[in-house]
Design a protein around this ligand. Structure first.
Ligand code: F6R
Length: 241
């Protein structure tokens, strides 16, 4: 595991954006596993800056997102499809047909999971970007006695709904279910880029990276992956030795 702690969020964003830029230049048909939430926004902004400076093209890139809320249409401004268009896809030259998320409106959730898994199996990610939930979740793989390998529908924990309520008009509007890539698919990525910011995540960072590997902290499974890069701001890394 490679660990880097940055003095400022801006430096972290720049570093991560350079990683993506370098990968895409070396491999124009790269497959990216992408995340949403507050953590990657600055990274996407810096990638777009690089794109505007003609440092990279997304024309050959394919993307697969980790998750999507059940019941939200892509034009709902809280859906992850909307988020990805807003923060990245509409700002670079990636063809829409090369961007993938689970379809939150799919009539048959089981068929949707199978469809997404078939795509993921065919196109393993060169790099998978991950944020970290306060309870140790990655994607929407919540702490549990057992975890699913493949794409599945999860009932969101109340703590996760509360954490995400800041993006919605009221708690009632926060969906109760989401599609998520399973930990098996996440761990199949060639490289995993885990990014965490903020003092409030310092203790879960320490537990996930240095504690026992347990399904009760899904991010701890990353300890079993051979190529994990962890980028933290000073606050998120403050409990690490
Ligand atoms: C988002 C995702 C989640 C978030 C996590 C942290 O696609 O899969 O696991 O990465 O909940 O969220 P933020 O970045 O908002 O703190």
């Amino acid at each position: 595991m490679e660990l880097k702690i940055f003095d400022t969020s801006d430096q972290l964003d720049q570093y991560a954006a350079e990683l993506f830029t370098k990968l895409i230049n070396e491999k124009p048909k790269a497959v990216l596993g992408l995340a949403t939430g507050s953590t990657p926004i600055g990274i996407y902004d810096k990638i777009v800056d690089n794109y505007n400076l003609n440092k990279l093209s997304f024309s050959g890139v394919t993307t697969y997102n980790l998750d999507e809320y059940v019941g939200l249409t892509p034009d709902n401004d809280q859906s992850y499809a909307y988020y990805m268009n807003r923060h990245l896809f509409s700002r670079v030259d990636i063809p829409a047909s090369q961007t993938h998320l689970p379809n939150g409106m799919a009539p048959d959730p089981q068929a949707e999971c199978a469809r997404y898994d078939a795509l993921l199996n065919e196109h393993p990610a060169d790099i998978q970007l991950l944020g970290l939930g306060h309870n140790g979740h990655i994607g929407f793989n919540e702490p549990d006695g057992e975890l699913s390998a493949g794409t599945h529908v999860v009932k969101l924990k109340e703590e996760t709904r509360e954490a995400n309520a800041r993006f919605f008009a009221s708690m009632d509007e926060v969906p109760t279910e989401a599609y998520t890539m399973g930990v098996g698919s996440i761990l199949k990525a060639n490289t995993i880029l885990l990014v965490v910011r903020g003092s409030d995540k310092a203790s879960i960072v320490k537990e996930a990276l240095t504690g026992p590997v347990t399904t009760q902290i899904p991010a701890s499974l990353l300890q079993t992956h051979p190529r994990v890069i962890v980028l933290l701001d000073r606050e998120a890394g403050r409990m690490l030795d």
